[in-house]
Ligand binder design. Structure first.
Ligand code: TEU
Length: 569
């Protein structure tokens, strides 16, 4: 395994295709739109794109229910347009990662239709079927991630089938070697067409505990999270790939530190990186995602530090602020009002300069905010809508309270159309058709075009922008941040060591270090002034989100101020 492969230096840009750019004018994002906007991605400093699923799908879960793994859904385009996207991206120095949804397919996939029709046929054992329990009910008490029971009865087959997500997303049976072979062949079909790797959806739930024992206290870990055969399945999968250097990033909800290390140790030949979840659950109350609580910075600090330790050498972390399953980070953990620029840039700096590969979710580079959901009909995402329904139906929560609890964390918040300009529909679509989801009403003010006027100087140091000038835009800051990262051996390869801070402090700080190069990163993650003990030595400002930057040795941090300082001992 190469010591420092391309993806350790890279920045990955995460595209939610249906909301990125609609080039055909039907109101839905498409492959042509992605090809058309690759320059925006390249200018950010990104070296690869991860595209959410664009395969044929009934779109029950916006493409995470695949009915044909080898074809492009017509709403996104054609195989030829995918080939053109891959070719154009490569010409621009951008690698392409697809999103493989291999824990489950759509219930409209041929395999499932055949499995249902002919239990003894070739596909009979491609899914997880079980006889009813003695009382005629489901085989066990498992609940899905989407609030519904995890089993659905088929009168045709007179058995239940397992689905850890929606009933329209039956779990594939990875115990069946034919299934594992089929899925490796799907991956090779796309590698043959030139893709460079994959994000693998919920890949740590593909192995279920033998006997499918009952769930106790709602615990999934060990039951079907990080199940016993996940490492072996992944090693076998990698061994079958056309390209052994294909990048494999596993999405691993609920992954334990031990399992994450096991999946990413290079000698294990499983995954290269995992997408962890601890930092996107910090505002979950006892009732989970739909029982939100304010974020405690001390908890965020320890999560960041703990996972940097867990995935230290020789593992390698991925780093993300948000994605299509999460609310917008500037609304969730920052301040999408007065300190929007400062909080968006401070969060980007403290996250993305850690050791690991940054993954930027579309729209975060311009600080897009949550959609102002006022009524339940504006919650169209299946998981979020189910959460609302079951809060009212099962938990006896009032509709008003249920809306208040769901609206802030609903997945719809991060799925509104990308805001390209102040043109109608945020420049997402030029057609007569309205976008599939309305753009955030703040798009005339918050859009890429309005932020694209970065100071001419590509230099990194803040001083290239006249002292006292209004800070540049979030987009310009992101560009500088990733240019700085690319220019610094400490930030690319260096070690990570957090700086101690009092429990009550809202500051986060760490030092990245490689031979002779030290970079100190500090951010005040609050809207109040804060203080910190800057480390001794000669400090020089490389980048700040305030202009003029504070004096290097200043212990004072303004609201949401971040500083990136080089340090010479
Ligand atoms: O999400 C995995 C997952 O854990 C989801 O339950 C998600 O994290 C959830 O919203 C957290 O509350 C992946 C995809 O990213 C998601 O879009 C799909 O809906 C899901 O798998 C099923 O394929």
């Amino acid at each position: 395994m190469q010591q420092h492969p391309w993806w350790k230096n890279a920045v990955i840009y995460h595209i939610y295709p249906r909301s990125f750019r609609d080039a055909t004018g039907d109101g839905l994002g498409d492959l042509q739109g992605i090809t058309e906007r690759l320059d925006h991605i390249r200018a950010l400093g990104a070296d690869a794109i991860w595209m959410g699923p664009v395969f044929r799908s009934p779109q029950v879960d916006n493409g995470y229910d695949v009915s044909d793994y080898r074809d492009i859904d017509p709403i996104f385009g054609t195989l030829e347009e995918m080939d053109l996207l891959i070719e154009t991206a490569h010409q621009k120095g951008v690698r392409v990662l697809l999103d493989l949804v291999f824990n489950h397919s759509s219930d409209q996939h041929l395999w499932f239709r055949e499995s249902l029709r002919d239990p003894d046929g070739e596909y009979g054992d491609y899914y997880i079927w079980r006889d009813p329990a003695d009382d005629g009910g489901p085989p066990n008490n498992w609940r899905s991630f989407f609030s519904v029971p995890a089993w659905t009865y088929s009168p045709e087959r007179q058995q239940y089938y397992l689905h850890l997500f929606a009933p329209e997303q039956p779990d594939l049976n990875w115990e069946n070697p034919k299934v594992r072979e089929e899925l490796a062949e799907v991956a090779n079909f796309w590698l043959h067409r030139g893709v460079d790797g994959f994000r693998m959806d919920v890949i740590n739930v593909i192995s279920k505990k033998p006997g499918l024992p009952p769930m106790v206290d709602g615990l999934r870990s060990g039951l079907y999270i990080d199940g016993p055969k996940v490492p072996g399945y992944l090693q076998e999968f990698r061994s079958r790939l056309l390209r052994k250097d294909a990048l494999l990033v596993g999405e691993t909800p609920g992954v334990t530190p031990e399992a994450a290390r096991q999946y990413t140790l290079p000698e294990n030949g499983a995954l290269d990186m995992v997408l962890i979840f601890d930092h996107v659950m910090l505002d979950h109350g006892p009732g989970g995602r739909w029982d939100p609580r304010p974020l405690k910075i001390s908890k965020l600090r320890s999560v960041l530090t703990d996972w940097q330790a867990t995935l230290g050498e020789p593992s390698w972390p991925s780093i993300y602020l948000a994605n299509h399953d999460q609310p917008r980070v500037v609304s969730r953990y920052g301040d999408d009002g007065h300190y929007r620029y400062q909080s968006a840039t401070a969060l980007a700096a403290i996250f993305y300069l850690q050791r690991g590969t940054p993954i930027v979710y579309q729209g975060d580079e311009i600080a897009m905010a949550n959609y102002p959901i006022q009524q339940v009909d504006e919650i169209v995402d299946i998981e979020s809508r189910n959460a609302y329904t079951y809060l009212v139906k099962d938990d006896g929560v009032s509709p008003e309270e249920a809306l208040a609890r769901v609206r802030g964390n609903a997945r719809d918040n991060g799925r509104t159309p990308m805001q390209w300009s102040d043109r109608p529909n945020a420049g997402f679509t030029d057609g007569e058709n309205s976008p599939w989801y309305p753009p955030n009403p703040d798009y005339p003010r918050i859009n890429a075009a309005a932020q694209d006027l970065c100071p001419p100087s590509p230099e990194i140091v803040a001083s290239t922008v006249e002292a006292g000038a209004r800070p540049s835009s979030v987009l310009c800051f992101y560009r500088r941040l990733f240019a700085l990262r690319k220019s610094s051996d400490a930030l690319l390869r260096g070690s990570y060591a957090s700086l101690p801070l009092p429990e009550a402090s809202n500051v986060a700080a760490y030092i990245r270090q490689s031979e002779g190069d030290q970079v100190v990163v500090v951010a005040n993650l609050s809207g109040e002034e804060a203080s910190w003990e800057s480390p001794h030595g000669k400090l020089t400002t490389l980048l700040s989100n305030y202009l003029p930057p504070s004096s290097e040795g200043s212990h004072r941090l303004r609201p949401w101020e971040c500083r990136i300082l080089s340090r010479v001992l």
